[in-house]
Design a protein around this ligand. Structure first.
Ligand SMILES: [Zn+2]
Length: 412
């Protein structure tokens, strides 16, 4: 149905009439990507909405015959579920443009720590969250080292679903691991998110503390997240105990002594019992085939942050190998301390452009819709309703931007 083609603008999420209507509303678009496994990318399609929920989705003619109701024609747009950003550091939103790029991890972390890295700018965070909502983003997994309760409060007051991770770092393990989990009343009341605990990384969070953080998450049925295999220094620290980065951590008081475990990141994570279907491994750049097989077998999910890796200059994760291994892949932007924006679609466009022909459009969209919904859905209240356009799901949409369609060479 090419005649209805109109230039897709970077639009905005499609807004619904807030009033409860007695009749369903039919949204027609040139293309709809339902992101339900086995469902096609529909051409000249419609999604039928009632009371903020999806009644049905399919070819327009079929939906029009099946349902009575007003039609809103969105023209040549490609409609998809609202998208997920599976790894951000909102705490560092004020650091946009204030760190060095492309010179490796140690140089980057030095430039990061030269700033007031944890001096969260709440108005800036709120405006960024509003901007993301207008871009069709509906979920963020936020990592915070020093300000998790404040950010959880901000997220609970936003329109987003979310997970607010308090990051465990260093070697001090509390007697009661429950204290690693922050409690924010507004989160429980929102019904759209969870407070959880993350580990920073295996070189900066002691094995005892990392295991305690994972145990606290498991005990509460919560997701767990950690940076894993992000850069070559990480391998060097774990294998030899020698690295300029380790010296920085010592100077800052994050660690005192250090006994190198003599193992690379993924085997060590596996040995510590950190990898299971409730764990999200972030980055996974310095992985080999055995590491990928280990992650796949554990059923842990992986969150790629390709533009952050490029910004810092640590290389890129092996996208095709992860896809071939059947790992549940998600996508995150990381923070504005190592990226230029927090837009999941911009991240996907960059990844697709760097990997021509590796993914179909639907495979790519899955990284910011169905896959993170598969990971977070069973663990975080309200998330099961997101990630796909199917009967019973929430009527939360995004519009696939032209930059993404072009990156996938998708011609509509
Ligand atoms: Zn990160």
């Amino acid at each position: 149905m090419m005649a209805r083609r109109a230039q897709a603008k970077r639009a905005t999420s499609v807004t619904l009439n807030a009033k409860v209507k007695t009749m369903p509303e039919i949204f027609r678009a040139a293309h709809i990507a339902p992101m339900t496994p086995g469902w096609p990318l529909y051409e000249d399609a419609a999604v039928v909405v009632h009371n903020q929920s999806i009644l049905d989705v399919g070819p327009y003619d079929h939906m029009r015959r099946k349902f009575e109701g007003p039609v809103r024609d969105l023209g040549g747009l490609t409609l998809a579920p609202a998208v997920f950003n599976s790894h951000v550091h909102l705490e560092m939103t004020h650091l946009l443009g204030k760190t060095v790029s492309g010179q490796g991890f140690v140089t980057w972390i030095k430039s990061l720590l030269a700033n007031d890295a944890y001096d969260v700018d709440e108005p800036l965070v709120r405006s960024e969250l509003t901007r993301l909502e207008n871009l069709g983003c509906s979920f963020l997994a936020d990592i915070s080292t020093r300000n998790a309760p404040r950010l959880a409060e901000i997220l609970a007051g936003s329109g987003h679903s979310f997970t607010s991770f308090q990051e465990a770092i260093g070697s001090v393990t509390p007697d009661n691991p429950e204290t690693l989990l922050h409690q924010v009343q507004a989160v429980a009341e929102s019904g759209r998110g969870a407070c959880a605990v993350a580990g920073h990384a295996l070189y900066s969070t002691s094995p005892v503390l990392m295991a305690a953080a994972k145990a606290a998450s498991s005990a509460h049925g919560l997701p767990f997240s950690m940076h894993l295999a992000e850069h070559a220094d990480e391998d060097a620290i774990l294998l030899t105990g020698k690295s300029a980065f380790l010296d920085i951590l010592r100077e800052r008081g994050f660690i005192t002594g250090y006994d190198a475990p003599g193992k690379r990141p993924v085997p060590l994570a596996s040995e510590l019992g950190l990898l299971d279907k409730a764990t999200l491994c972030v980055h996974c750049v310095t992985v080999n085939d055995e590491d990928i097989a280990c992650i796949a077998e554990s059923r842990a999910s992986v969150c790629l942050c390709p533009r952050s890796n490029e910004y810092i200059g640590v290389g890129q994760a092996p996208l095709k190998a992860f896809l071939d291994a059947g790992v549940n892949l998600c996508l995150g932007t990381d923070g504005l301390c190592s990226n230029t924006d927090l837009d999941p679609y911009a991240e996907l466009a960059w990844l697709a452009a760097q990997n021509p022909g590796v993914m179909s459009l639907c495979q790519g969209l899955a990284l910011i819709t169905a896959n993170p919904a598969r990971f977070f859905g069973p663990l975080v209240p309200g998330v099961e309703a997101l990630g796909s356009l199917a009967p019973g799901k929430a009527a939360r949409f995004s519009v696939v931007p032209q930059s993404v369609l072009e990156a996938f060479s998708q011609e509509f």
